[in-house]
Design a binder for this molecule. Structure first.
Ligand code: URA
Length: 243
């Protein structure tokens, strides 16, 4: 529990002194009730605090990078009771949610945060945040298929945007490619590969915007450093088209 004016100040709405004035002026509500007594104790995690009718943010923002294993769904709750990525970050005290989605069988870099504003921008197509995947494909990928992946394939009646594609290895049975896309359409990499005749066997996301997965072990997570959060913010400063 902490003093109401301190909770307001910590949320960045006003200084401690200004918060005291707001309270005395009857502009602050706690759980719907106007509170004018300075020093009223509140629980910032539980109590709903509003200034001029607007809720204040009482939780610090946190940003987490998870190396998602296959077999975990990215939704918060799975109706079929399968494990979710939130099970893997259960020790994070704040209520975080995934930034975008990975298929159940896709592994790799997944961000989670409680910063709805940044998460929205990072997933909105107009910001064109680049995502890089390594994909194991069935069969020896042809040059023509690589060309098609690069130039765009038809999905749901609409061409995919140009992609960067590198062939990492190729054998009779399978090929590994690296593909960078920025659209994030549903199951995009799997459907693109299927469309050119080389279905995905394994899929790993190794990069999201400026962040790389690095050597984070499967199933582990780490908190982002301040410079990494800043780099994420910088990538979504401006929409494409307004540059
Ligand atoms: N593309 C896919 O097909 N699946 C993912 O999980 C992410 C991108």
């Amino acid at each position: 529990m902490e003093r109401l004016q301190k909770a307001i100040a910590k949320a960045g709405v006003a200084s401690r002194r200004e918060a005291e004035r707001l309270i005395a002026a009857g502009r602050v509500r706690v759980n719907g009730q106007v509170v004018t007594i300075l020093g009223t104790k509140v629980d910032p995690e539980r109590d709903r605090i509003e200034v001029d009718g607007r809720p204040i943010r009482t939780e610090a923002h946190v940003y987490v990078m998870l190396n998602k294993p296959a077999g975990y769904v990215t939704t918060a709750k799975d109706p079929q009771g399968r494990p979710t990525v939130l099970d893997l970050v259960a020790s994070v005290p704040q209520r975080v949610f995934p930034v975008g989605r990975l298929d159940r069988d896709t592994r790799g870099l997944l961000l989670l945060t409680n910063d709805g504003y940044l998460a929205h921008r990072l997933t909105h197509p107009s910001f064109e945040v680049v995502k890089v995947y390594r994909a194991k494909l069935q069969g020896a990928i042809s040059r023509q298929a690589v060309h098609r992946l690069r130039n765009g394939v038809l999905l749901d009646g609409r061409m995919t945007a140009p992609a960067q594609v590198r062939v990492l290895s190729r054998s009779i049975d399978s090929s590994w490619i690296e593909i960078a896309i920025h659209e994030g359409r549903n199951r995009q990499v799997r459907r693109m590969a299927q469309a050119v005749g080389f279905p995905v066997i394994e899929l790993v996301r190794i990069q999201f915007g400026p962040l790389r997965l690095g050597d984070l072990a499967s199933g582990n997570f780490r908190y982002l450093q301040e410079v990494e959060v800043q780099a994420l913010r910088n990538t979504v400063l401006r929409r494409t088209g307004s540059r």
